[in-house]
Design a protein around this ligand. Structure first.
Ligand code: FES
Length: 103
């Protein structure tokens, strides 16, 4: 399991999604209700980038065709996607945010 630093906690604004590279992947990191969530920057409908989508509550909407996913679980909450997105665990240590990913 790789532990990848993705920025200081103060670099993140609530309900804003940042697109970053970690572990060779493009991922999204978002601060929602005081917790950091990380997920793949790829919609399972047609591989669209999710990072440009709006985060409403805990749901991100794909800017391409409007599929929605719960960033806490990866589960689909609105079609046309039906496969969950991959999510990653996060950790905060000494003011730094880390994303845990399989090597
Ligand atoms: S690529 Fe995301 S809804 Fe189609």
């Amino acid at each position: 399991m790789g532990r990848h630093p993705v920025g200081a906690t103060q670099d993140f604004e609530p309900q804003k999604v940042k697109v970053l590279r970690a572990g060779g992947e493009r991922i999204c990191v978002a601060l929602h209700e005081g917790q950091f969530y990380a997920f793949e920057d790829r919609c399972t409908h047609d591989d669209g980038p999710l990072g440009g989508g709006a985060l409403e509550g805990c749901q991100i909407e794909c800017p391409r065709h409007g599929a929605r996913f719960d960033i806490r679980t990866g589960r689909v909450t609105a079609p046309p996607a039906f496969t969950p997105i991959e999510i990653y665990q996060t950790e905060v240590s000494d003011g730094q945010v880390f994303v845990l990913m399989e090597d």
